[in-house]
Design a binder for this molecule. Structure first.
Ligand code: GLV
Ligand code: MN
Ligand code: MN
Length: 414
């Protein structure tokens, strides 16, 4: 028996695999899976998910930022709202599980809650968020920040590659479903693949997240002078690409010296690439993460100062933009305890994990208590087409989520 074949589960809902596979075919950039904020593929994915939410007995709404919301109303207009969800957008050439797994698990759990006839003390919203990855604007959590009303003017002003700002994209988006009612959030729970190797190494399907690392995303714009590759002597060049290349290695070298810190240059573009032209302009991104805010902030300051120094020494101009500086988020101990207690009824113990990846829970944590359920994934792999979590593990997550949602008490968390 393989690591992903769990004994003891008689039946696994076939919709887990079929829904995730179907969502995996909806892409802006075939043949890989790519869905970005408010893109045509994201709209198509939402239509599909809206149908599943409807069939599960949820009332479907959509907000202006393209978050799709399936609501189970408790009948008391004054009651608070417990939210549960994850995201439908993806990175470029993504796998099928990062985000959609939590949406699918949430819908199936809500369906179970509804079918049980349990009387909830609060409204329940299953949310498919529109932007957790930040691929289009490099600033992330646009969907979840809109959902909690924390999208600032600075973020609204960021432009995508076509020059469209976040604010303009939101203003131009026409929801397909009625707007959601006003809500008072009293908690948030998110299921997500672990995106790391710990659960697999421990032979356990599920774990609970205690904190999510903070992240800074920077965009570095380097300006040099384009010129003829054959006639400009090496000592007379202002080559933006060689300057950027020095910075890419600097990021790696400096990050390696700080315990627990990770920093990545994941995107680099030349303004007018041609094999016989010296590079006149380059822009690249830097993604910096650490569990401690102070460490991440100090590192970012030192790194940006060194980048400026190195590029100026090459007579290059530099501008540094910071589309995102998201602090580390702590999950609520009480909710984590409740979730872990349920997990422990299904497996021998419940590991507590810190997430190096960002999640919509970070945005929700600004306004309410949050907790997260991690699901084991193969080889700890994500942001790759091969990412995989078994239907058995996801089914277990649905069981745990359904129990958590049913047991949630507004008296304790209102
Ligand atoms: C999202 O997966 C992120 O952590 O960048
Ligand atoms: Mn994700
Ligand atoms: Mn991701």
């Amino acid at each position: 028996m393989g690591l992903f074949d769990l004994p003891g589960k008689l039946s696994v809902d076939p919709r887990i695999s079929s829904w995730l596979a179907e969502l995996g075919t909806i892409t802006d950039e075939p043949p890989g899976l790519t869905r970005t904020f408010l893109s045509p593929a994201l709209e198509r994915a939402k239509q599909l998910v809206a149908g599943w939410m409807h069939d599960a007995g949820l009332r479907v709404h959509e907000d202006q930022a393209g978050n799709l919301i399936g609501r189970l109303d408790c009948g008391n207009a004054a009651a608070g709202t417990l939210a549960c969800g994850s995201h439908l957008d993806s990175v470029r050439n993504a796998g099928n599980f990062d985000g959609p797994m939590g949406v699918v698990a949430g819908i199936l759990a809500a369906e179970r809650v509804r079918a049980s006839g349990a009387v909830l003390p609060c409204h329940l919203e299953i949310v498919a968020f529109a932007d957790e990855e930040g691929v289009r604007f490099q600033t992330t959590y646009l969907g979840s920040r809109y959902y909690v009303d924390h999208l600032g003017e600075a973020e609204r002003a960021f432009a995508d590659a076509a020059g469209i700002t976040v604010g303009a994209a939101i203003a131009a988006h026409v929801p397909n479903f009625p707007p959601p009612p006003a809500r008072h959030l009293i908690g948030y729970v998110e299921a997500h693949i672990e995106q790391g190797p710990i659960l697999e190494a421990e032979g356990l399907a599920l774990g609970v997240v205690t904190a999510i690392a903070g992240q800074t995303r920077a965009r570095i714009l380097v300006a040099g002078k384009a010129g003829h590759a054959g006639t400009t002597p090496m000592g007379m060049r202002r080559d933006a690409l060689t300057g950027a290349a020095e910075c890419v290695l600097l990021v790696e070298n400096m990050a390696r010296r700080v315990d627990g810190l990770v920093a990545t240059v994941g995107q680099l573009e030349m303004s007018t690439p041609a094999s016989n032209v010296i590079s006149g302009g380059v822009q690249f991104t830097i993604d910096i993460r650490h569990a401690e805010n102070a460490t991440r902030q100090r590192f970012s300051r030192e790194l940006f100062a060194e980048i400026e120094k190195r590029l100026h020494a090459r007579d290059l101009e530099v501008r540094i933009e910071i589309p995102l500086a998201a602090p580390a988020a702590k999950c609520a101990p009480k909710l984590c305890g409740q979730l872990a207690e349920i997990v422990e009824r299904h497996q021998v113990r419940c590991p507590r994990l810190v997430s190096g990846a960002g999640h919509d829970a970070v945005a929700l944590a600004e306004v309410t208590d949050v907790t997260m359920l991690f699901v084991r994934c193969r080889d700890g792999l994500s942001h790759h087409p091969d990412e995989f979590a078994s239907a058995e593990d996801i089914a277990l997550a649905v069981d745990v989520l359904a129990e958590f949602l049913t047991g949630f008490s507004s008296a304790a968390h209102g």
